[in-house]
Design a binder for this molecule. Structure first.
Ligand code: PEP
Length: 253
């Protein structure tokens, strides 16, 4: 049976009051596949969101973290701080962080290692720009990111990392990769993991698609054999849209 994860990335949206309201409403949906669902919220909302989701089975997590456990890093949040409030997941290397906040494959790699050590599931984002795709360099580019991001990580740890393929040209643009384009890259990513580690590890890994996934296109994307779910931005902000995507995954599980 195919495994799924439907993860909502709220980015820099919602107040804590709005996060609690969303948490209560999504919990009330009583999803049969609640354990395959997670919400990645801004730091300030995590404690209260966690409380609202308690008992629902739905996971929650952060959108970024620093790789050092403590120190003189003004404005940053560490892994032990996330651990203390019980987060299960953390996004690493989102293209917005790579583009606007200087995230590199080296910092991504350090963050993955710090999260794995703490037992928090990283959701690692990779994906190419439009320019790279137009030059037909997308596979070389994504393989390069993967090799650098997984440097020094064992097969047992790699299996715990969720990979999200997020073509930059499809994020927040309303432009979705076609199901075939998304499947082609997710299968390619699984192949890179198979080559780096082994096929058993690669087959056990969750590989998500992200980029303008919404209720109208989710079922077709999620039906593809190498797509284990979605990282969802815009459509995760409304309870009914997000719930429709969760239901689409439940229908395929
Ligand atoms: C994202 O930011 O991870 C994302 C996929 O956004 P959107 O769904 O809005 O394209």
């Amino acid at each position: 049976m195919k495994k799924f994860l439907i993860a909502g990335n709220w980015k820099m949206n919602k107040t804590t009051a709005e996060a609690i309201e969303f948490g209560n409403e999504i919990k009330a949906k009583g999803f049969s596949n609640a354990k395959d669902v997670a919400i990645l919220a801004p730091f300030t909302q995590l404690t209260e969101l966690g409380k609202a989701l308690e008992g629902s089975g739905i996971g929650f997590g952060a959108q970024n973290v620093h790789f050092e456990p403590s120190g003189a890093f003004t404005g940053e949040i560490s892994v032990p701080m996330l651990q203390e409030i019980g987060v299960g997941y953390c996004i690493v290397g989102h293209s917005e962080r790579r583009e606007y906040f200087g995230e590199t494959d080296q910092t991504v790699n350090a963050k993955l290692k710090a999260l794995l050590q703490a037992g928090i599931t990283p959701i690692l984002c990779v994906g190419e720009s439009l320019e790279v795709r137009e030059g037909k360099g997308e596979q070389t580019f994504v393989a390069g990111q993967l090799i650098a991001d997984f440097e020094g990580i064992s097969a047992a740890d790699a299996a715990k990392i969720v990979i999200a393929y997020e073509p930059i040209w499809a994020i927040g643009t309303g432009k979705t990769a076609t199901p075939d384009q998304a499947e082609e890259m997710c299968a390619f990513i699984r192949g890179v993991m198979g080559g780096t580690y082994d096929n058993g590890t690669a087959d056990s890994m969750l590989i998500l698609y992200g980029g303008s996934m919404k209720p109208s296109n989710a079922a077709e994307l999620l039906a593809k054999p190498d797509i284990n779910g979605g990282l969802i931005g815009g459509a995760s902000l409304k309870v009914d849209d997000f719930a429709a995507i969760v239901d689409a995954a439940a229908a395929l599980a």
